[in-house]
Design a protein around this ligand. Structure first.
Ligand code: ADP
Ligand code: MG
Length: 695
């Protein structure tokens, strides 16, 4: 048989599948499905299980179910208005009765016979204790065949995919089925080596793909899923190990001195360090003073005071004769850190400069020179720092703030500019500890688990559209009281495909209509850096009262006079992200508020909003978020610069993750350069970048 690899499938456009023309090609590309590989790994988000037959009496409100019943009434057809028909019939089994209803389906009357039995499938509704099912699909039971396998086979477990407008479930199913069929007479290369599959009793790749999309039984589906999850996590672990071995290959670290001046520096701060800050600082100092390279992650909730730890570490590095770099993900944040950090350090004679993409060539040139000749001790900047043109005189410490916004690679590129540089990464994205140990296997972890004293938790409310006027009044009152307001939208501009509020339209609307007497500003990622900067300046100076924005303000922005945040379409955000956003208020003395407009009716959305309203603890929130969200809506993965997970759920699949981690470790121990597993090696290079080659 002809051998085909996943790389081959990536090169095959789905346009060659029967039934896919230009317009469907466009629709599929909206789901990020362009080639056969992407199609086959577009895993179902759930299944319709038509194979388990329930008693009518046991059907729950809102449940997707199958039941078997006899038609006990004639089909009645109502025509409430032109072009509309409603067909109704009573169905009964030994336990109860249900009304089946179809809208505008003319064939119903002729296809159901009084006294005959059928199997129905659809969503049951219980209203005022009456059971009803709308537009169920059904199939006649041939009494001669009843209980035979024939019937069971006709009742299937069907995949349900996340979809987009104009792309029906049936169409996606058909296209996936075609693609699977096209693989039936070739041999698809299995990325998991045979010994690994044998050892863990894992299904092969073709079985898994077939049964994840079209399972014949629950067990087969589970078996398929187990294997695919294992594979995904195994690859992730191999990738992470390859980074780790990069880090481990590094030589001895710098041995910084114990610094007397440190106490003096701390004493000059306008506040006392919290106990948690003192503890974490101690851990950082210990790392810096040891002769191994520091690789430490500081996790601390929004507002826990991570920045000052960075400043103290930078101070130590500079006093010991080295340069330090602080890298942040946005220009706004770089500016802000620069302004707050520079005066602290300059009092002690440390030269601090800013490097950002929006500076003039001349300004940048001056910074480049200062870094190269050592006149600049500390540089604060954006991604601009990792460009080749940036060279250091003696770089000893690299800190990345809001690490979840960077890729793993970016961190290591900056660190490599120094040689045996110490590395500190800071993140406000709280990840449950077990997960952190696995994702950040190469880092030591410190946690600032205490907020500075006197912080008032942000009061959070989840509301719907009916509260719009009241919330607008609240915004007005807040501004009248001299405070400022953020309004956060999920989109920059209105979009045809996504029904959600955009910053541009919202700003226009409220600026011209609702709050035309107030100063409304806007900021989003598509604006020029200089525009963004001037808007942030105006907001910080209170020249803007209401700032309409996208999630661009998610990280680090610090305007303590802003005490109200309104988030539109809050259901569209991850909880960890909402928590980050909310961290922009509650930064001063005054009580702050966060209003979440939930435009969805779904139960999950309501539950998620409730968690936000009930908790201000990032760890609790992330733990719950992981629990509620399904696979695909991964957490913490892409945020940490790793490839996205398509099927594994890091919360539910923690056991498989551990197993995959062990297996990956064993493999690397046995075959360090993956010389006997060239395919895996190639895969890692493709997915983690060329740096990630185990060697
Ligand atoms: P984050 O951890 O979110 O980066 P920051 O470092 O920006 O938090 O700190 C938030 C605010 O708290 C800053 O205004 C900072 O000056 C202040 N702060 C930090 N540590 C303390 C402390 N121990 N006592 C009082 N205020 C503090
Ligand atoms: Mg911060």
């Amino acid at each position: 048989m002809k051998q085909v690899s996943f790389e081959d499938l990536k090169k095959q456009s789905i346009r060659y599948i029967k039934g896919v023309g230009q317009s469907r090609l466009t629709l599929f590309s909206r789901l990020e499905i362009n080639n056969i590989f992407e199609l086959l790994t577009y895993y179902p988000k759930e299944y319709e299980d038509r194979s388990r037959i329930k008693n009518i009496a046991d059907l729950q409100d809102g449940e997707l179910c199958s039941f078997e019943g006899t038609i006990v009434s004639n089909v009645t057809v109502l025509r409430p208005r032109r072009g509309m028909s409603i067909a109704k019939v009573s169905v009964q089994d030994s336990t109860g009765k249900i009304t089946a209803v179809w809208f505008n389906q003319h064939y119903i009357k002729s296809s159901l016979a009084l006294g005959a039995s059928y199997i129905f499938y659809g969503k049951a509704e219980r209203k005022l204790n009456k059971l009803q099912i709308s537009n169920p699909v059904f199939e006649k039971i041939d009494t001669n065949q009843y209980d035979s396998n024939e019937l069971k086979r006709s009742l299937k477990i069907l995949p349900v995919y996340a979809s987009t407008k104009n792309l029906s479930q049936n169409l996606i199913r058909a296209i996936v089925q075609e693609a699977l069929k096209s693989l039936s007479n070739v041999e698809l290369e299995d990325m998991l080596p045979q010994p690994v599959r044998d050892r863990h009793n894992l299904a092969d790749i073709m079985f898994s793909l077939n049964h994840i999309h079209f399972p014949v039984s629950e067990q087969d589906k589970d078996k398929a899923r187990y294997r695919l999850v294992f594979e995904e996590l195994f690859m992730l672990q191999l990738g992470l190990l390859s980074y780790k071995s990069l880090a481990a290959s590094a030589r001895q670290g710098i041995k910084y001195m114990r610094l007397k001046e440190m106490d003096e520096f701390i004493g000059a701060l306008p506040f006392q360090l919290t106990d948690a800050q003192k503890r974490v600082l101690g851990e950082v100092e210990q790392d810096m003073e040891s002769n191994t390279i520091m690789n430490r992650l500081i996790q601390g909730d929004v507002g826990s005071g991570k920045t000052i730890i960075a400043v103290l570490a930078l101070f130590k590095a500079v006093r010991c004769g080295y340069q330090g770099a602080l890298m942040v993900p946005t220009e706004i944040l770089a500016e802000q850190h620069y302004k707050s950090v520079k005066p602290l350090l300059e009092r002690f004679g440390v030269a601090v400069e800013l490097l950002s993409g929006s500076q003039s060539k001349k300004q940048k040139q001056a910074v480049f020179e200062g870094l190269k000749n050592g006149c600049i001790n500390v540089v604060i900047g954006t991604h601009a720092l990792i460009e080749d043109t940036v060279e250091f005189y003696k770089l000893g410490l690299v800190i990345t703030d809001e690490q979840h916004r960077f890729g793993v690679r970016q961190r290591s590129i900056l660190a490599e500019k120094g040689g045996n540089t110490d590395v500190l990464v800071m993140t406000a994205t709280p990840i449950p500890r077990t997960l952190a140990l696995i994702l950040y296997g190469d880092l030591d972890i410190s946690i600032i688990d205490e907020l500075p004293p006197g912080r008032k938790p942000v009061r959070t409310y989840s509301v719907n559209e009916s509260m719009r006027d009241r919330i607008n009044n609240f915004i007005r009152e807040t501004v009248k009281a001299g405070r400022q307001v953020y309004i956060v939208c999920p989109l920059v501009e209105d979009s045809e495909e996504i029904e959600a509020k955009s910053a541009v339209v919202t700003a226009e609307d409220i600026g011209n209509n609702v709050f035309n007497d107030l100063k409304v500003g806007i900021i989003h990622g598509k604006m020029k850096p200089s525009e963004k900067e001037s808007v942030m300046k105006s907001f910080a100076a209170s020249d803007i009262s209401i700032l309409v924005s996208t999630t661009i303000i998610e990280v680090g922005v610090n305007v303590p006079n802003a005490t109200l945040m309104v988030i539109e379409n809050a259901e569209r955000f991850g909880l960890a992200q909402l928590h980050q956003l909310r961290g922009r208020v509650g930064r001063g003395e005054a009580q702050s508020y966060c209003v979440l407009f939930n435009q969805s009716n779904s139960k999950v959305a309501r539950e998620r909003m409730k968690i936000m309203a009930q908790s201000n603890d990032g760890f609790v929130i992330s733990e719950k978020d992981l629990e509620i969200r399904g696979p695909g809506e991964f957490f913490g993965i892409r945020q940490h610069g790793l490839p996205e997970l398509k099927i594994a759920n890091l919360y539910k699949d923690l056991e498989i993750l551990k197993l995959a981690q062990e297996t990956a470790k064993d493999m690397v121990a046995e075959d360090p350069g993956l010389m006997n597993n060239k395919r895996l090696k190639q895969y890692l290079a493709n997915h983690f970048g060329e740096k990630a080659t185990l060697s």
